[in-house]
Ligand binder design. Structure first.
Ligand SMILES: [Zn+2]
Length: 417
């Protein structure tokens, strides 16, 4: 088979060039969605895609699609992409790597005159970060039918400006309805944003899905009383109960090794006074696992433990589920194309499940989808010091290129058969 390789230096230079648009003193990027800086990087991206011989279209959520024709343009395009917006103190790679690697793949195909069967596209999804307009992955969510356009347009930033007004203002409201743009497959290259690949000295993560996630809010109620005059055996101390619950919630994840995680990250103690027994404690729970059935089992175990502890300490307890994000399993043929691409380039690799959300998680609902991870230093992301190695960036883009060509060839074999 072909042994095309991307131009690593050109890709790296493009990443460093876009990092100047909203670049921060600490070496990060602040380029919130639908700001003037976002318009500037979009203008740059569109110009580069056109220079690479692509036709650019924009949908009514501001998602940008740059297409390189194939031999058979009746086939739905094989797409790559991610996002060019960042957190307020974001890094140079989160999202940007996936978009610019897609651009680099298209540049490489142009340079070599390689003709694919299907058209190939690179996509910039609007407002992945959700930092300015919550929730995250808003425009890929509209594309996948998770949110409506009206809902997206109505989202407001902290100054009261709406997503819709700001999209119109920067001039990136296209005419095509989000979701109408036909795609044959979607591949997203991203930094891992976790420590696993670096820890195991692997270059490529073959991402098989995104883990399931549930959030709960818990209120434990006891009885406020004097810290000096209430004997121990007559106390109903909500914080003692909550403390045992935190330990129990931690153990539930430990009981489902190695992939389960559970976190109590927020707690409020009332009245929070040094000489009063806490009468009420509010805390949150975050449970995650790649398999929804395990998440369901963990939930049942957590609830049973909370009830047991509350009963022993004569406390009342209220548990409310506030978010349920089911696990995503990526398309087998797309995952296989990534695995073959990593092996074909002789990069060390392992299967991995994404702990964070990505545009690909929503795309997987409507299009065959997979992701590729590369390591980032110490797993740090959403931080100005976020860092990926030059060689890893090149490896990720080469796997992206090869996975797309694998998938494109597979399609033609299927049609021939
Ligand atoms: Zn991202």
């Amino acid at each position: 088979m072909h042994n095309l390789q991307i131009n690593a230096q050109r890709l790296w230079d493009s990443i460093m060039e876009t990092a100047q648009i909203g670049g921060t003193a600490k070496g990060g990027v602040c380029r919130l969605t639908l700001t003037d800086l976002d318009r500037q990087v979009r203008d740059w991206f569109v110009a580069q895609c056109e220079e690479a011989g692509c036709t650019v279209t924009v949908d009514d959520m501001g998602n940008i699609f740059a297409r390189r024709p194939g031999k058979d343009n009746s086939l739905p395009p094989i797409a790559m992409g991610s996002h060019l917006d960042t957190q307020p103190t974001g890094g140079k790679f989160d999202g940007i790597l996936g978009v610019l690697s897609g651009l680099e793949v298209l540049r490489t195909l142009k340079d070599t005159g390689y003709e694919t069967n299907a058209p190939i596209e690179v996509i910039d999804w609007t407002n992945e970060e959700g930092s300015r307009f919550a929730p995250a992955m808003l425009a890929s969510g509209v594309f996948a039918g998770v949110f409506t356009r009206d809902y997206a347009d109505s989202r407001k930033d902290r100054e009261g400006k709406s997503f819709g007004e700001e999209l119109d203002r920067i001039g990136y409201r296209g005419t095509e309805k989000a979701g109408d743009h036909k795609l044959g497959a979607f591949f997203e290259l991203h930094i891992e944003q976790g420590p696993i690949l670096e820890d195991e000295e692997k270059v490529i993560g073959v991402v098989t899905g995104v883990q399931g996630m549930r959030w709960y809010e818990v209120t434990v109620t006891g009885f406020e009383s004097h810290a000096g005059t209430t004997p121990m055996h007559l106390r109903r101390d909500a914080l003692v109960g909550a403390s045992r619950m935190v330990e129990a919630i931690n153990k539930v994840a430990l009981d489902h090794p190695p992939l389960a995680v559970s976190t109590v990250g927020l707690m409020e103690v009332r009245p929070n006074s040094r000489n009063i027994l806490p009468g009420e404690v509010f805390f949150t729970i975050d449970l995650r696992h790649p398999d929804d059935e395990v998440v369901v089992a963990m939930e049942a175990e957590v609830k049973a433990e909370l009830d047991r502890i509350a009963g022993e300490l004569k406390l009342e307890i209220k548990v409310e589920q506030v978010w349920d994000s089911p696990a995503v399993k990526f398309d087998q043929a797309c995952v296989e194309a990534v695995r073959t691409a990593a092996a074909g380039n002789e990069y060390s690799h392992r299967e991995i499940v994404s702990g964070a959300g990505h545009d690909a998680a929503y795309m997987a609902r409507v299009v065959p989808t997979a992701m590729i991870f590369i390591p980032c230093e110490k797993g740090i992301s959403h931080n100005e010091i976020e860092k990926a190695e030059y060689d890893h960036v090149a490896a990720g883009a080469n796997v992206l290129l090869r996975a797309v060509l694998e998938y494109d060839n597979r399609g033609s074999e299927d049609r021939a058969a």
